[in-house]
Every structure is written in C-alpha cells, then in structure tokens.
Design a protein around this ligand. Sequence first.
Ligand code: NAD
Length: 498
Amino acid sequence: MREIGHFIGGKHVAGTSGRFADVYNPATGEVESKVALASDAELRAAVENAKAAQPAWAAMNPQRRARVFFKFVALLNERMDELANVLSREHGKTVEDSKGDIIRGLEVCEFVCGIPHLQKGEFTEGAGPAIDMYSMRQPIGVGAGITPFNFPGMIPMWMFAPAIACGNAFILKPSERDPSLPLLLAEMMIEAGLPAGILNVVNGDKSAVDAILTDPDIGAVSFVGSTPIARYVYGTAAMNGKRAQCFGGAKNHMIIMPDADLDQAANALIGAGYGSAGERCMAISVAVPVGEETANRLVEKLIPKVEALRIGPYNDEKADLGPVVTKEAKARIEALVESGVAQGATLAVDGRGFKLQGYEDGFFVGGSLFDHVTPDMDIYKTEIFGPVLSVVRAKNYEEALSLPMKHEYGNGVAIFTRDGDAARDFAARINIGMIGINVPIPVPLAYHSFGGWKASSFGDLNQHGADSIKFWTRTKTITARWPSGIKDGAEFSIPVMK
Ligand code: NAD
C-alpha cells in the first residue's frame, strides 16, 4: 500500500507519528493509499524549516518572486491532464471538472504574477513641513492554510499563491481525503524555482490543525471547510493572536422569475445543482420559482433532466458526475433524503440506492429532486453537499427574496430574469456575498475576491484579489522629517498636521 507523507524543506518525507488515514478511490470504494497524520513535533519541524527559509525569500525582489509563478503556471498547463487524473482518482469528480478545479487555482497564480505592482505601498510627499509619509506592505512571516476535500487544487492555490508571492513562507494542511495533488503542487513549485522551505505540506487531521492554531511562529491562518470547523478555527486562531480568514458552508438559492427563460434556467440548475455531485460550496441546492405556473413548468422540465443524469467513474468521459467522496457522505446524503420524505416534501426523483454496474462498492448517489420543500424541513436548513435539489415555491418576488435573506448561510445566490429592475433590486438588497444574475455559479475571477457573508465566512478579508494581498501582509507606516526641525525641542501635545 502506497504511503503518502509530507513535503518539508523541498523534499517528500515519510510520516513518523505512526498514525494514518485511508485514502479511497471513491469510484471503486477501495483504499488505494494511506496518508500520514502529522504529530505536533512534525508540524513544529515544518514551521522551523519555513521560518528559517522565509527572510531570504522576502528579501528577494518582487519581480524574481513573480517569475516563480510564471514558470509554475507554465508547468501546470503542461501537466494538466496528469494532475487532473491524480485529483479525480482521490476525489471522484470527472477529469474535466478537475481541470476546472486546477484552472481556477492557476488563475490565482497568474494574478500574483503582478505582485511587484500589487504589493506596492503608498507615499505622501509633504505630509507636513519637510515631512514625507509612506507605507510598506511587509509579509507576515509564516502563514498556514487548512483546506477542504472538495477543491484540492483551487483552494490550496487560492491561499499559497498570494501568501508566497507576498514574501511569506507557507504551511499547507490539505484535506486528508485527497492529499496527492497538493503534494504534487508543492513539488512543482520547487521545480519552478521556489526555494526549499517556502512551501511545506503537512498532512494531518484535527491534531495538526490544533498544532497550527497554537504555534507561536504562525502569524496568519486561512481556512476553508465546513461552518462548525470554520467557526472553531477563527475563534482559536484569534485567541492565539493570529489573523484569520475562515470560510464555511453554504445553501445557495436560485430565484427563477416568471419572465426567465425556463430552458436556460433548468439547464443552469442541473449543472449547478448536480455537477461535481453537488459537492461545491457554490452549488445551487435550492430553486425558488416565483408563481405556481413558473414552478409547475420548471419542475416539469427538471424531472427528465435529473432522471437522465449520467453518473460514472471519474474517467468516464461521458459522465456528468462521479461518486461522492466517502461511504459516510453517501449515507448522510441518503438519510437527509429520507428525512425530506418523512417531513412531507414531494420526492419527484429518488436517487437513493443507485448502483453502477462494475462499481457496486463505489460511493455513488443518484440525483434527487424535491418539490414543495418548506423552510422548516431539515433538507432546507442543512447543507446536504450531495446531488439533491430542493424546489421551494414562492408566491411572489418578495417572498422569494426573503428565503435566502433569512437563511443561516450567505455564500452565493442567483436570480434568473429578463427584468433589469428586478435584478438590480435583488443585488442591492440581498445579504449574501456573491450574486449571479442569469449566472448560476457566480464564483468571482482571480482578480476579484471570493467570500460569503453570514455563517459562510468569518473574518473580514476575502480570498484572492486585492483582499488577499492585504491578508498576507502587514502595513508599516513611516513618517520621516528631513533635514531640519529635529532640533526644535520637545513637543508635549500629540503631533497633528498643520
Ligand atoms: P471539513 O470542515 O470537514 O474539513 C476542512 C478541513 O478541516 C480539513 O483540512 C480537515 O482536516 C480539517 N478538520 C476537520 N475536522 C476538524 C476538526 N474537528 N478540527 C480541526 N480541523 C478539522 O470540510 P470538508 O468536508 O473537507 O469540505 C466540505 C465543506 O467545505 C462544505 O461545508 C463546503 O461548503 C465547505 N467549503 C466552503 C468553501 C467556501 O469558500 N466557503 C469552499 C469549499 C468548501
């Protein structure tokens, strides 16, 4: 059995804790490798290594730091097929979808190729008599990232690209479900010219996360995963004096106005609801048609599309979606579907008990579609993170708007309409971070920033875009007076600019 270790000081190293987690191929249900779970001492060794390497990296001029990313982007493009296969085999999503996962991370690496410009400070000449004032954005030192299983390419790159480009060293603690791609990315960063120790990958579970959160030399922590853990990481990091940005779960709604193109809306719902088996934090899991007629016509269009979903292993080129990540995830999703039936929703398409010939032990779940879902049901309140779409019928626009407004989560939301006025009103009033207008999955591009509101995010700075440069640097502001005036004697009131 293949053992997956860590990547420290520019090299793959075996785990020494004696603790391991199983890594599955979700299509076959077989354990294909074992990933080492780091001890506190292993995490500490990685931090020491990063801390020693960081000052020289930060001192390197920003153009040279950018060049590592230019090369890294080229390597990612060259090895895209191989990387996507590695990702899919442990995650379960289709190879095409894995390419999207990697490309969304690659785009953040392209963004940080502009680091010489992005990291520039500010300067005010003549802020007072003979006084200049300027600010610098300096790296924090050692930063850490804790990432979820569902985007093992994109999310590590969201974090390590800006952190490293800004001159930090970085410790990545990837999901223990699909650790192989993050290790390959670290190896490729070295090949692209990154000095050893600037990107260390430490595999592990809660114990490694706790070691990160209490380590005195880690100054900033970025987390993406489920809401309870995001809340825990945010609180614990803050208690330990670290800055933190923590992104959690979601329940994304799509409102379909009576004037929307219903074929377009139905296709958008199928892709956004069932793609990647619903295991996306920006998946649409609630459809809100406005008016009975819209709802009837929409559900009529959705049923045959859900029934026709093609489910297969990651390497089936014709598959729309693959299995879910674990046996436990499958059992959890099917239990939630059962609860929906028990609580009175109409199960228009039942995906439970799906078996794929030749892959009977795989973690496959068929697509389910619920109609007549109400806000008190568990399937509405909970993030299912599986191929299940709930239709909640709204009488009018105000009722439709109030549903995502009142929901605990606030990651993404979409409205499908031909009415510009309704779309503008929706974007202005909704209390959610990312809005799609006739766009079902409104994931912002790398040069904008990604982040939800409410229980989907803790902290004030988003992933990538200008926010990421702020998150991974500290501001230092210098006030300088040359050459005279210093001999004037003591001033006892606080200086103000006259
Ligand atoms: P998860 O919360 O189980 O795990 C995320 C990370 O936390 C992993 O690295 C894991 O090892 C670690 N972890 C798990 N339990 C822990 C504990 N008790 N203490 C400390 N660390 C712990 O999430 P997941 O199942 O890997 O990913 C799915 C979740 O991530 C979904 O809720 C999804 O919505 C969310 N997600 C959010 C975003 C976003 O940007 N908002 C993006 C992707 C995924």
